[in-house]
Design a protein around this ligand. Structure first.
Ligand SMILES: [Zn+2]
Length: 124
């Protein structure tokens, strides 16, 4: 084998080595991304589950709460509401729960959504 040919081969091997390193790096990055993605999914799933009261907590609340809407005092179509929403750090404690009728509950959520929209618009 002459010198030129040998040099060519060595260059080729070097380039292949670089490519393999790049490939290994890509594989590593992809694994990290998958891990982050999985963590995010678990986090979101937990958040969703947290939105609902445990059966025991619900029973506890139902046994002590006055069955009227905290807002309009109707006794129809009552729903359990988190006074401070869980997404804002509210708890499942009885002190953070109240009855709202369907209409007031819906209005509260709409109001909160509207407030968040305004906040979002302000941030831009
Ligand atoms: Zn009401």
């Amino acid at each position: 084998m002459d010198d030129a040919r040998e040099k060519e081969l060595l260059d080729l091997i070097k380039r292949l080595h670089c490519l393999m390193e790049d490939y290994a790096e890509l594989l590593r990055l992809e694994q990290i991304d998958n891990k982050l993605l999985k963590e995010k999914i678990v986090e979101l799933r937990n958040k969703k589950q947290n939105h609902y009261l445990s059966t025991e907590q619900k029973r506890k609340f139902l046994s002590v709460a006055k069955k009227v809407c905290a807002n309009c005092r109707t006794i129809e179509n009552l729903q359990i509401d988190h006074i401070i929403p869980k997404i804002k750090g509210g708890t499942d404690e009885i002190s953070n729960l109240q009855f709202l009728c369907y209409k007031c509950h819906k209005a509260k959520h709409k109001k909160r959504e509207a407030e968040e929209e305004i906040k979002k618009a302000g941030e831009v």
